[in-house]
Design a protein around this ligand. Sequence first.
Ligand code: ATP
Ligand code: MG
Length: 212
Amino acid sequence: MHLSVKNLSHSFDYPLFHDISFELPPKTSIAVTGVSGSGKSTLLHICSTLLKPNDGEVFFEGKSLYKLSASELINIRRNDVGIIFQSHFLFKGFSAFENIELSSVLTGLPLENELLEKLGISHILKQKPGDISGGQQQRVSIARVLSKRPKIIFADEPTGNLDAATATEVTELLFNYIKNNNAILFLVTHDLNLAKCCDVAYKLENLALKRL
Ligand SMILES: Nc1ncnc2c1ncn2[C@@H]1O[C@H](COP(=O)(O)OP(=O)(O)OP(=O)(O)O)[C@@H](O)[C@H]1O
Ligand SMILES: [Mg+2]
């Protein structure tokens, strides 16, 4: 996967960013930091097929996302994109296992026990999201995303609810995944140390992306 972002601008009630551009070749990662409300999640939504920007373009492998037909965009979202949302959006009536299984059902790929073990959630698979901790919910949502083998992973504060040791393990898993699958990682985080583990790290400030 190759992601290219050209001249993006977006505002809601106030302008969030103006004329932002960057390139991510295969196997690379980008971190975006910035104060609450600066527009990090909005940028992630724009880059991940979910929100058309006011201005500018997002290219996956040279294809301009928001110039594609609705069905082409849905196919890319289904097959290529994995999004770990800031709030996990697990289905409450489903067990942890059923939540993860859902993405294998959609993509037809087998579920890997090794992944569940690495994430340390093998023992809570029968429980419902309401009965497990925030950090466990976060790891279930990461397992669900990785199970669909995305070419590009968008992770919005994926370690926000995790202790330092678990956070390190989870991010190692994401970094290994992109190296082994020619994929890309777009990471939003408040953790500067984690940001610096990415190939490029930026702060969203005064409408621009500044190198950390
Ligand atoms: N769909 C929307 N409609 C209107 N305003 C929105 C929408 N989405 C986000 N905003 C506004 O855009 C601004 C930036 O929001 P965003 O969620 O991108 O910030 P953020 O940097 O991710 O913050 P946080 O660190 O708290 O998650 C906020 O003022 C928010 O209220
Ligand atoms: Mg956010």
